[in-house]
Design a binder for this molecule. Structure first.
Ligand code: GRF
Length: 210
């Protein structure tokens, strides 16, 4: 079977990128990472990519972004577009064209707290639980079908602690969702999002073992 060809989009530290690269190297996810693309020339993740000999590309997202991204995806025969901390909103033309092929990691228990500053929103709302979600990307921000989620009980309303706890969850659930995509457990067929050939009615809950 043809190996899944992916592109990873990042904007910053790239710790999720690093984790995904490690899961590919260890054989957990059977895919090729063909390119790492960023809108931020100083993204730390660029170094991670080049350390692993993954081609990198810095793009300006304000002018001609659709055409540039589309060309890279098509020229490289990309099957899977991974948003791993990419802080720009993809144009609707992209989300429509590559519908069912784009996955994003979001640092909240969607549909709660879409958009930015999710940890602050959890603190302000005094939420009992916090967590992370992996979802398909559609034209509505952080609104596509949720594939997998994991949560923890908030013990301390401390920004950096929450960020750390959520990152830890992200490192578990994002590779699982990517593996499911690559292995064909999740897919979009005839306008329906499927998990193991059944309609994906609600997120799969990943229980933490710590
Ligand atoms: C993650 O928390 C992700 O959910 C959010 O941006 C953060 C990126 O972190 N979209 P990193 O760059 O992978 O360390």
């Amino acid at each position: 079977m043809k190996k899944t060809r992916s592109i990873i989009l990042i904007s910053g530290n790239g710790s999720n990128l690093d984790n995904i690269v490690n899961k590919v190297t260890s054989g957990f996810i059977d895919m090729d990472i063909c390119m790492v693309m960023t809108d931020n020339p100083s993204a730390k993740g660029l170094k991670i990519a080049s350390n692993h000999n993954i081609p990198t590309l810095v793009v300006n997202t304000t002018v001609g972004f659709h055409d540039k991204l589309s060309k890279v995806i098509d020229d490289n025969y990309i099957d899977l577009i991974i948003l791993a901390g990419f802080m720009k909103i993809l144009p609707k033309t992209i989300t429509d064209k590559y519908d069912g092929m784009i996955l994003n990691i979001h640092p909240s228990l969607l549909p709660k707290h879409k958009g930015l500053n999710t940890h602050n929103k959890v603190i302000e709302s005094g939420d009992k639980y916090h967590g992370a979600s992996v979802h398909y990307v559609t034209s509505d921000l952080d609104d596509g079908p949720i594939i997998i989620q994991s949560k923890f009980k908030v013990e301390e309303y401390d920004l950096s602690l929450l960020k750390e706890q959520v990152h830890k969850i992200e490192y578990e659930i994002f590779p699982i969702a990517l593996k499911w995509f690559v292995d064909g457990n999740i897919s979009k067929q005839k306008n329906k999002f499927l998990f193991n050939n059944e309609v994906l009615e609600c997120p799969i809950e990943h229980i933490l073992d710590y």
